[in-house]
Design a protein around this ligand. Structure first.
Ligand code: ADP
Ligand code: F6P
Length: 469
């Protein structure tokens, strides 16, 4: 019997499952992305409701129970998907929050749709939260929800976590909606960011753009003119480390890892990349580095193989079509120029895989290439480190949140192709003792700071945040 009020309500753009068509039938599939990876395991041993979009246009499916959670789909019309999700969220905010790797576009129609959809999320969250309950809002798609929800339900504790970076004020201030976004967030009691620098960027934006008349910033607390206090601090997200350690050690995953290597002709060095097919992930730069290494004869196509998993993402947006075209053209050129018959230099996989298969790829890989131009955290880097305790090597971009914690990785600046090439070769050629030393330290780090630790920290910070006097 579903209850109608919940002590903990999660509000995220997507539900943990997505409505998709398979063989002419409508089915629920796991949603893509790090938010779902993290929150799915946090919620698996907690009671609560999750509100989010079902992934298709039109009327929302009826609420349902899954894995002990109450899932409450939110309806988005085709126009709202275009304007709120593809437009404002991924055409305006995403580029600004990721250092304008592609230009941002601003349209007043998009902003209006964003406000309308955020209002809908706030209303449903207000209906579902128990008296004095907690609502945990997620990510850049829902930045107005904290203020709108506080107006409807001043009794609930409101937290928001940003899975992506928060930009420096010089970029943020380009957004025509900038003041409304800040005021929206300031409705929360606690705001969690991936890095200290993100929290500082937010506080600086409040100080500079809202000014003394609207806010006072003391330490990590922002106080608004009506006396409400909102704390903004870093709480870096993580993964279900023990889950990955156990999965990676199962005989089935170990055997599958050996099979993957055998299928590729048992290369001496197996390199791996796993990313949503997004221009922020630096896949183009990574392929350029690898292509040059092959062309210069510094990598041998018989001894070194590369698997690139590129998960389909936001496929109707032009920038995503462009990156897909570029990546696929480059992969095919590398294979055309270098692959021996029957053994491609780059194995390109443009689809989703079960967790077991992902774990097998992590176990199989000698070197993991994580080279985003900007990334809030990058959970893939942590998953690889969890799957290895004293083997393997991680090449990691300095522009990921993960680089703050995984200091023993082979760090690189993906914009610097020459150095990135050297770093890839260093990782490939590192002595087993050096690899083991680096990997052990990183493995300990992700064991100590796992996703349960993150969720507890966030919820404690939220519960103890200062409130309106
Ligand atoms: P983002 O949230 O930007 O997509 P993250 O690296 O933080 O990036 O998280 C991606 C998550 O999605 C990881 O848990 C990763 O294992 C998972 N993932 C990525 N590609 C696939 C795929 N093709 N099939 C299944 N899971 C995937
Ligand atoms: O945090 C980045 C994010 O937008 C998440 O909200 C989501 O998990 C992931 O990327 C996938 O994006 P989308 O929901 O747009 O497919």
């Amino acid at each position: 019997m579903p209850r109608d009020r919940f002590d903990l309500v999660i509000a995220a753009n997507r539900l943990p499952v997505d409505r998709a068509r398979e063989g002419g039938r409508s089915v629920w599939r796991r949603s893509p992305g790090g938010l779902v990876t993290a929150m799915e395991s946090v919620m698996s041993d907690r009671d609560g409701a999750w509100i989010g979009w079902s992934g298709v246009a039109g009327r929302a499916p009826a609420p349902f129970e899954q894995d002990g959670m109450h899932l409450h789909p939110i309806a988005l019309s085709a126009d709202e998907i275009r304007d709120y999700y593809e437009g404002f969220s991924n055409g305006s905010l995403w580029p600004i929050y990721h250092d304008v790797i592609v230009p941002a576009t601003f349209k007043r129609r998009w902003q209006a749709a964003y406000e309308q959809v955020n209002q809908r999320f706030a209303e449903i969250a207000a209906e579902l939260a128990a008296d004095g309950g907690t609502v945990w809002v997620h990510d850049y798609q829902l930045q107005q929800v904290p203020r709108l929800l506080r107006e409807l339900r001043p009794d609930v504790r409101i937290g928001w976590f940003n899975h992506i970076p928060f930009p420096p004020v010089e970029l943020f201030m380009q957004l025509p909606a900038r003041d409304g976004l800040l005021r929206g967030l300031l409705g929360a009691d606690f705001l969690g960011f991936q890095r200290l620098a993100d929290a500082q960027n937010f506080r600086r934006a409040c100080r500079q753009l809202l000014g003394d008349e609207q806010v006072t910033v003391r330490g990590d607390v922002v106080r608004t003119a009506d006396g409400h206090e909102c704390r903004a601090a870093a709480v870096p997200i993580s993964i279900d480390t023990r889950g990955m350690v156990e999965l990676a050690a199962t005989p089935a995953v170990q055997e599958r890892a050996a099979e993957i290597r055998a299928q590729l002709g048992d290369p001496e060095h197996l390199l791996l990349g796993v990313d949503r097919l997004d221009y922020t992930k630096g896949i183009r730069h990574r392929l350029k580095a690898l292509e040059e290494l092959h062309r210069e004869g510094r990598l041998d196509a018989d001894r070194t193989k590369f698997i690139q998993v590129a998960t389909p993402s936001r496929e109707r947006l032009e920038a995503y079509q462009q990156i897909r075209d570029d990546v696929e053209r480059t992969v095919s050129r590398i294979n055309g120029d270098h692959s021996p018959i029957g053994a491609p230099t780059v194995t390109y996989l443009h689809r989703s895989f079960p967790r077991e298969e992902m774990a097998a790829m992590f176990v199989a890989a000698d070197v993991m290439l994580v080279t985003p131009l900007r990334d809030g955290m990058n959970l893939v880097a942590k998953e690889y480190v969890a799957a290895h305790d004293d083997s393997g090597a991680l090449v990691l971009s300095e522009f990921t949140g993960a680089a703050t914690e995984l200091k023993q990785a082979f760090l690189c600046n993906p914009h610097d192709i020459a150095r990135t090439k050297q770093t890839i070769l260093r990782a490939i050629d590192a002595e087993p003792r050096e690899r083991a030393r680096r990997m052990r330290a990183m493995h300990r780090q992700v064991l100590r700071h796992d996703v349960q630790h993150w969720a507890e920290q966030f919820l404690t910070d939220l519960a103890t945040a200062p409130r309106q006097p």
